[in-house]
Ligand binder design. Structure first.
Ligand SMILES: Cc1ncc(COP(=O)(O)O)c(C=O)c1O
Length: 243
């Protein structure tokens, strides 16, 4: 396993040029989530697709965070218009009401497995495909679809992303990054992201501190504008109280 720097297509290109015949697959999140909330650089995912095609490697998208609507599309792959060969998913497939994760297997990965009808991929778990988890996923997906909840990501981008950018323009936070319903703000020098998390918690807002100085927001798609405004106000109050 080799790790490349985030969104560094040049490094990926050099790696494929040197070891392309030994690379089975390249795995990436469409938007890096727990690593600090970093949307892809323009052309990065397309460039990976091109490299994987050129060197006959599989492109794997880890859509555990981005899948099932967080970016306003069912998949990050849709949002960025890149077709991966395998997709991992979990979290929002059941909105967390039941524990379920899975892998979508595209034709390129499936064909060798199905080439020999006598071959059986012996891979299983005790609770694979557990009916309770799967029925929760079916019900959840129906709600996402019928209540048009994916459309909410766009207005969350405006209210949450817009609110964070206002705080940035006031100098209360540093860089703001995000897309759809996943956003993050960097804390300015001297303001601890852990202290901000604690102060926000005391005021009723749960956020996630990431990396060295990032506060991340990944609200449910049903969040209303009032609650988004509360998140922004509470963040502003917490930062003001710590400076
Ligand atoms: C992008 C990403 N991939 C994978 C995982 C782990 O997923 P699981 O616990 O379903 O293996 C996480 C957990 O937070 C994640 O954020």
């Amino acid at each position: 396993v080799h790790h490349t720097a985030r969104h560094d297509l040049d490094e990926a290109e050099a790696l494929f040029a040197e070891h392309g015949d030994r690379i089975a697959a390249f795995i990436t999140e469409p938007v890096q989530g727990a690593g600090g909330v970093h949307p892809p650089e323009p052309g990065y995912l397309q460039g990976l697709r091109r490299l994987c095609d050129e060197y006959d490697a599989l492109l794997i998208f880890d859509e555990v965070i981005t899948g099932f609507g967080r970016l306003g599309t069912w998949w990050g792959a849709d949002r960025y218009d890149v077709v991966p060969d395998l997709v991992t998913f979990a979290k929002a497939v059941t909105s967390g009401y039941q524990p379920l994760g899975g892998v979508l297997v595209g034709p390129r990965a499936l064909a060798p497995l199905e080439a020999d009808p006598a071959f059986v991929l012996r891979h299983g778990h005790t609770h694979s495909g557990h009916p309770a988890a799967c029925v929760a996923a079916s019900a959840n997906i129906a709600i996402l679809r019928d209540e048009h909840l994916l459309d909410r990501a766009g207005s969350i981008a405006e209210s949450l992303g817009g609110g964070l950018k206002r705080l940035r323009d006031e100098g209360l936070v540093g860089e703001v990054r995000g897309v759809g319903a996943i956003w993050a703000a960097e804390m300015v020098d001297g303001v601890s992201h852990l202290a901000v998390r604690d102060a926000m918690f005391d005021r009723g807002v749960i956020v996630r501190p990431l990396s060295a100085s990032t506060i991340a927001f990944c609200p449910p798609l049903v969040i209303g504008d009032d609650d988004v405004a509360l998140c922004i106000d509470v963040l502003a109050g917490a930062v003001r109280g710590l400076r």
